[in-house]
Design a protein around this ligand. Structure first.
Ligand SMILES: Cc1cc2nc3c(=O)[nH]c(=O)nc-3n(C[C@H](O)[C@H](O)[C@H](O)COP(=O)(O)O)c2cc1C
Length: 393
């Protein structure tokens, strides 16, 4: 049985539903945001210039110097190290990050995005580095997958690099701190000036110990606990690493889940569904009908694939494949959706270059997200995509 909804400890000041919370929609368009306070003094300007130089040097050195060094370590340990650094330096990055260009702004499902390139779910599962994502230039960031109960995930090792194919296989299994701890963390951040000025998505999944038949209650619990912190919510029913989870993409199960979530969605947050690349066309058509029926704000296409034919057999291991070998299937799914429906789609899967991202926009994506491309190409990939979009006009 899920036990959640505990209050944050005293030093977290305020309850999760404290009236002091700004609503997620209160942030302003990028061009008018106080990304940098009035830098009246010369010191501030010098610091900003130095910050920008360090930032762009880091971007340029990533593939030549930083990535070879990072790839010496175990993927998950390196990830934790990177997250520690980003959570520590997030506020600094936030202050000296790139200035948003108003020409890149998009309004999708009622939210304003300073640019259309976001961080995909799974990178910041626990929402520990939110200021950093804005500072690194992302136009939005999706945290999670978060489950109602804290859980350790599958036994290690559980992330595998396949560098020759610019791919990863992971079977993490929703390791995360659980909705209570994360709600408290988000609450503390809301009470500072560091809450990001980009939309924050919250991706929800089912706790492993909760039987599939009780999945809806499990999602509802974390949705209600986190409802005040997300600009949009994603129901992740497509991870291959939680037994049975993908059955929630079936018509009856999804109908029940979407119906209950939307009934409790009193604040009217955009709710999206993230789908697998391994679905048959008929299954996607059924999902599209449910999306319309339940007024779902958008789809995220796609999660990782269980089809490992894109990498050599010696690399096959249990888990979801992401990166370059996923790109075309993911785009095929995107095209299928956009040819049949007007529902906005966030495209994710195999975006390793600006051209890959343009291909997703050409196929009808409203926004894009990065995960594996970010690991292989580094933070410079965001700027490359945005500059390519500007060049295209
Ligand atoms: C290590 C790893 C962990 C992931 N964890 C999650 C997760 O918790 N929730 C989720 O919805 N997707 C998760 N994903 C899937 C990504 O968000 C994305 O949908 C997928 O990797 C395809 O995009 P990519 O090719 O750019 O990586 C994860 C991917 C990777 C590689």
């Amino acid at each position: 049985m899920v036990v959640a909804g505990q209050a944050c400890s005293q030093n977290h000041a305020g309850s999760p539903t404290s009236p002091r919370l700004s609503t997620p929609h209160e942030w302003e368009p990028a061009a008018r945001l106080p990304y940098r306070r009035a830098d009246s003094s010369r010191h501030c300007r010098a610091a900003a210039v130095a910050g920008s130089i360090i930032f762009s040097t880091f971007m340029n050195l990533y593939k030549e110097v930083i990535r070879p060094f990072l790839f010496l370590g175990d993927p998950e340990s390196v990830h934790h190290l990177a997250m520690d650094v980003l959570s520590l330096f997030g506020p600094v990055l936030q202050r000296f990050g790139p200035t948003p260009d108003p020409r890149l702004e998009r309004t999708v499902f009622g939210l304003r995005f300073p640019n259309p390139v976001g961080l995909a779910a799974g990178f910041d599962k626990n929402g520990v580095a939110l200021p950093a994502w804005q500072g690194l230039g992302f136009g939005f960031a999706e945290i999670g997958t978060i489950t109602a109960r804290a859980q350790p995930g599958n036994p290690k090792p559980r992330i595998f690099r396949i560098p020759q194919y610019r791919a990863l296989i992971n079977r993490l299994g929703f390791n995360n701190d659980g909705c209570d701890a994360i709600a408290c963390r988000l609450q503390r951040l809301k009470e500072t000036t560091q809450w990001p000025k980009i939309p924050v998505g919250i991706n929800l999944g089912k706790s492993k110990v909760t039987p599939l038949a009780e999945a809806t209650a499990d999602y509802l619990l974390s949705f209600e606990r986190l409802q005040h912190f997300g600009d949009y919510f994603v129901l992740n029913v497509s991870s291959p690493n939680t037994p049975g989870l993908r059955n929630l993409q079936d018509r009856a199960a999804l109908d029940e889940l979407l119906g209950h979530i939307q009934r409790r969605n009193t604040a009217g947050r955009p709710v999206l569904v993230k789908i697998a690349p391994d679905l048959q066309w008929e299954a996607i058509e059924e999902i599209l009908a449910l999306v319309e029926e339940h007024k779902i704000a958008g789809l995220i296409a796609t999660n990782t694939t269980i089809d490992h034919s894109g990498v050599p057999e010696e690399n096959h291991t249990q888990g979801g494949l992401s990166g370059a070998p996923l790109r075309d299937r993911s785009t095929e799914i995107l095209r299928f959706i956009t040819s049949r429906s007007k529902v906005p789609v966030i495209a994710v899967g195999g975006i390793m270059s600006a051209d890959d991202a343009l291909q997703k926009f050409d196929a009808g994506a409203a926004l894009v997200q990065l995960y594996t491309g970010y690991i292989y190409e580094g933070p410079g990939l965001i700027g490359k995509i945005n500059r390519a979009l500007l060049r295209r006009g």
